[in-house]
Every structure is written in structure tokens, then in C-alpha cells.
Design a protein around this ligand. Structure first.
Ligand code: ATP
Length: 255
């Protein structure tokens, strides 16, 4: 039986005076890996930020694990990786300290115990930073920062992972580490919602794609076969070797 972990129905949201989401329906069922795609500014980040409560909705319903979002308090069930930012908050924190902050939601009375420290170490090892655990995050590259943020989200051993463009600006080696990490999470049943620009190395993991355009859902179904810009609405895919006058190949996602 399908069990919705995330459910958005008719969600509208405004930022400033601008309507950014115009009635979004989006369901992610337990164990599913769903990619949220769309052009720049289509509302992908805003949609996931409504789910975690960072952006208020002006209309519609959101449920997390079957509970209306405004009553949901069990945040340890969810790991969130924000859109590319730095893991360094201007203070000299180590990799372990940043990742440990992701475990606090599970620590009773805010005290980390042996099992917590083990989970933190596991999360750091999973993203391949075991040898950098004691280093300051200020000494890491952009891709390594991204791995720290993912380890922070994994530290609470969440049932649901929400990641906003985890591959942005990450080199190929780090992308492969992240894809492997995510494969492991998916194999143990974690539900995943990913904002992506292109499916890239994560393509084999994606069960379903939801494409946004201008704050509306344009497509909800199998992931588009073409990847990257080619898969996005508004892009007509013309093969360079196509005969002159040949019709562009439509991706099926165009209106
Ligand atoms: N704080 C804000 N105030 C006003 N408008 C905003 C704010 N943040 C984002 N927007 C606008 O909301 C729209 C949707 O932004 P959002 O970040 O959700 O898009 P996105 O699909 O995630 O884009 P990208 O692929 O570039 O990350 C954009 O037009 C953006 O300019």
C-alpha cells in the first residue's frame, strides 16, 4: 500500500509581493525517490522550503508523514540539505562538529551519547570524509562542504531526505561519492525528494520526476529520458546531425 510521506495539495506561496507557487500538487510515497525539475526560478526551492516550514503557504494543504505540517514536530525523521551554501558559519567549526549538529534532534536533553557519536562517525565515513573529521570546515573545498552538509542531514538517520541541488558545483569525484551514498540510503528504504537541474549520475535512482514551470506542475511521471537542459520545458531538442528542415524532437514535456 502506498503511504504518502510528503503531500502537497493546491499549495500557493508568495515571496515578497510575488506569487511563486500557483497551486502545486506533489506526493512522495514511502521509499520513493522523486526529482523536482524545472528551469531557474520555476519554484523548486520554494516548494521544498514550504515542506520544511521555511516559507509560509497562502493556500493549500501540506502533510508530512500524514500529519498536517503546522502540527508536525518530529523533525528527526527528516534530513534537509539546503541549496548550495557553505557549511562554515563564520565560526571555526570542525567537520565533526557541523555533522554533530545534525544529530541534536535525536539527542535526549541535547546530550550526545555513544550511539550518537557512532552515528556521526558513520555519516562522515559515508560521504568519504573520515580522514578530514577533525579539520576545520573552512579548510574544505566547495564539493567537500557539500558532503559535510549531506553528512549532517544523514546524522539523524532520517526516514526522509530532502536535498536542494546536492550536485551543484560538485566535481565528478564528489558526485560519484554522493551518488553512492544516496544509493545506500535508498537501498535501506529512505524516501528522497531531490531538487535537480539535471538527473546526471542520480538518474538510475529516480523513480519519478515532477517538473515545475512558473509555479505550476507541468509533468508528474516517469523521469524524462533526455537529461539536463534538454529535459527542461521550453527546450526543443534539435540533433546537430538532423537533416535541414527536420522537426525538432519534442521531449513530451513541452506544453
Ligand atoms: N526572498 C524572495 N523574495 C522575492 N522573490 C523571491 C525570493 N526568493 C525567490 N524569489 C523568486 O521566486 C521565484 C522562485 O524561486 P525559487 O528559488 O523557488 O526557484 P528555483 O526553481 O529553485 O530556481 P533555481 O533553479 O534558480 O534555484 C523566482 O522568480 C525568484 O526570483
Amino acid at each position: 500500500m502506498t503511504e504518502p510521506v510528503i503531500s502537497l495539495r493546491g499549495v500557493r506561496a508568495e515571496l515578497g509581493s510575488r506569487t511563486v507557487l500557483r497551486g502545486i500538487d506533489l506526493t512522495v510515497n514511502r521509499g520513493e525517490v522523486v526529482a523536482l525539475l524545472g528551469a531557474n526560478g520555476s519554484g523548486k526551492s520554494t516548494a521544498v522550503r514550504t515542506v520544511i516550514g521555511q516559507v509560509p503557504v497562502t493556500d493549500g494543504e501540506i502533510e508530512l508523514f500524514g500529519t498536517p505540517r503546522r502540527r508536525f514536530r518530529d523533525w528527526r525523521r527528516l534530513g534537509y540539505v539546503p541549496q548550495r551554501t557553505t557549511a562554515a558559519g563564520g565560526v571555526p567549526a570542525t567537520v565533526t562538529e557541523v555533522v554533530a549538529s545534525g544529530r541534536l534532534s535525536r539527542a535526549r536533553l541535547g546530550i550526545l551519547r555513544k550511539a550518537d557519536h557512532e552515528a556521526i562517525r558513520r555519516a562522515i565515513d559515508l560521504v568519504g570524509l573520515g580522514d578530514r573529521a577533525k579539520d576545520s570546515v573552512n579548510a574544505l573545498s566547495g564539493g567537500q562542504h557539500q558532503r559535510v552538509l549531506i553528512a549532517r542531514a544523514l546524522a539523524s538517520e532520517p526516514e526522509l531526505l530532502i536535498m536542494d541541488e546536492p550536485m551543484a558545483g560538485v566535481d565528478l569525484a564528489s558526485q560519484e561519492v554522493l551518488a553512492r551514498t544516496l544509493r545506500g540510503e535508498v537501498a535501506r528504504g529512505t524516501t528522497v525528494l531531490l531538487v535537480l537541474h539535471e538527473l546526471g549520475p542520480l538518474e538510475p535512482l529516480i523513480d519519478r520526476a515532477v517538473v515545475l514551470r512558473d509555479g505550476c506542475v507541468l509533468h508528474d511521471g516517469p523521469p524524462p529520458k533526455a537529461v539536463g537542459q534538454h529535459a527542461l520545458p521550453g527546450h526543443d531538442h534539435v540533433h546537430p546531425h538532423a537533416a535541414p528542415g527536420t522537426e525538432p524532437v519534442r521531449t513530451g514535456l513541452l506544453s
